[in-house]
Design a protein around this ligand. Structure first.
Ligand SMILES: NC(=O)c1ccc[n+]([C@@H]2O[C@H](COP(=O)([O-])OP(=O)(O)OC[C@H]3O[C@@H](n4cnc5c(N)ncnc54)[C@H](O)[C@@H]3O)[C@@H](O)[C@H]2O)c1
Length: 392
């Protein structure tokens, strides 16, 4: 049966809006963009022309449009809270680019308002719904590496000024590498391991000023975070989020289990390469070594690389591992609302992630271990047998 499309309004016609609008037009056929708005009317007008959107208007006019059910908030993080509250108060569901808000208090207000009004307020990322992270989740749930014990998560880069057309906001209050890139890693970890229990962290700014398009911009936030997390399942691990690292061989995300290890692809992408390191294989290689113990040690060290195995993705993926499928979570949310089922991205998950992001800064500022106040369920895994770009 052909279902009616869900009306979407977009506030914020900047860099990332191109990906969403292209994907909605070409792939997420259950969505229809009714209007777009920006604080600069000319940006909304250009976006309307480029994507054939019926209306370019002010955010206020967009919020008054009855055909719009979900508002896609693609503004900068500093105004996410304010705009998310305006959307909810206009009686519409929120799908916000990450993060949902900048503090637990703000996220609480958003989530409680949404609940009172019977609305959803969720935030990106939706990359964890991609074939890479979903394959890892299935492998973990099937016990392929045993019980998860630890992990390492690392997003270490030189800074967004190398590529972004207007990167100054990444160094202002409400941004920095943890709030900007942490959501991908933390949401993926929660999807894989469940809710977080405790967080500690140290943080530093590598440079007091960053050179952005020839001008020196003051750094208002730490740009290198070294955190430790404990999950309710008792897995513990470290997380490095940095705009101060020129290069590194650190893995982006690895999970360590009682029987092996799992290499998770870039949490900022939908596809990528999944690898399993088998403890059993390594043990049998060492056991087969007949010479005395120094040789056994050498076997362990030198043949460790032979125990990793690339796993075919268990869900459909674009041949290009960098294919940007942003909007998958929005499409799923719209389908969930139509079909009266739970959206995979949900308010409790988004709030838990906001609390964790803020917790790294609180732990660093107060030199304490932060005990998480919120929890959430793991978001539903994707079903098998789907077509690419579909969620049900
Ligand atoms: N750029 C990326 O590659 C990327 C990737 C993933 C996620 N994101 C996220 O997407 C969001 C937007 O990032 P971006 O890179 O597109 O930023 P951007 O600065 O390019 O675009 C933001 C847009 O929002 C508009 N805006 C700001 N405040 C507004 C307000 N109060 N009312 C109406 N419009 C307002 C700006 O005029 C601008 O057009 C951020 O949350 C960012 O973390 C960006």
């Amino acid at each position: 049966m052909l279902q009616q499309k869900t009306g979407v309004g977009v506030i914020g016609c900047g860099t990332i809006s191109d990906v969403y609008l292209t994907n909605i037009k070409e792939h997420y056929h259950n969505l229809e963009v009714i209007a777009c708005a920006d604080m600069y009317p000319e940006k909304a007008e250009q976006t309307k022309e480029k994507y054939g959107i019926p209306t370019a208007c002010t955010p206020e006019e967009l919020l008054a449009d009855e055909k719009i059910e979900i508002v896609l908030n693609l503004t900068v993080p500093a105004v996410h809270y304010q705009i998310n509250m305006q959307i909810l108060n206009a009686g519409k569901h929120v799908y916000c680019e990450k993060p949902l808000a900048l503090s637990l208090e703000e996220a609480d207000t958003i989530v409680n308002t949404a609940r009172e009004k019977g609305l959803l307020a969720v935030s990106a990322p939706d990359t964890f719904l991609g074939a890479g992270a979903q394959t890892c989740r299935k492998l973990l749930d099937e016990g392929t590496i045993g019980r998860p014990v630890g992990f390492t998560a690392n997003m270490v880069a030189p800074g967004h000024e190398l590529w972004h057309p207007a990167p100054a906001f990444y160094y202002k209050k409400g941004a920095g590498p943890m709030l900007d890139m942490g959501p991908y890693y933390i949401t993926t970890l929660v999807s894989l391991l469940g809710p977080i229990q405790r967080i500690s962290c140290f943080a530093v700014a590598g440079k007091t000023c960053r050179e952005i398009q020839g001008k020196m911009v003051e750094t208002e936030v730490p740009t290198h975070y070294a955190g430790i997390m404990e999950f309710a399942c008792k897995a513990v691990g470290n997380i490095n989020m940095s705009f101060d690292v020129w290069d590194s061989d650190l893995p982006m995300l690895e999970i360590y289990g009682t029987d092996g290890a799992l290499s998770v692809p870039d949490p900022n992408m939908f596809g990528g390469e999944v690898k399993i390191y088998s403890g059993k294989k390594l043990k049998s290689m060492v056991d087969a070594e007949t010479r005395p113990h120094p040789a056994k040690l050498m076997t362990m060290v030198s043949r460790k690389g032979e125990c990793s195995e690339r796993v075919d993705l268990l869900f459909p993926a674009d041949p290009d591992p960098r294919c940007n499928m942003r909007g998958l979570g929005l499409s799923d949310m719209a389908r969930a609302l139509k079909n009266n089922r739970a959206s995979r991205l949900n308010s409790e998950l988004s709030r838990h992630v906001v609390e964790a992001l803020a917790a790294f800064q609180i732990a660093a500022d107060t030199n304490t271990v932060y005990e998480m106040k919120t929890t959430c369920k793991r978001p539903e895994a994707m079903p098998e047998g789907l077509m690419l770009w579909d969620t049900e």
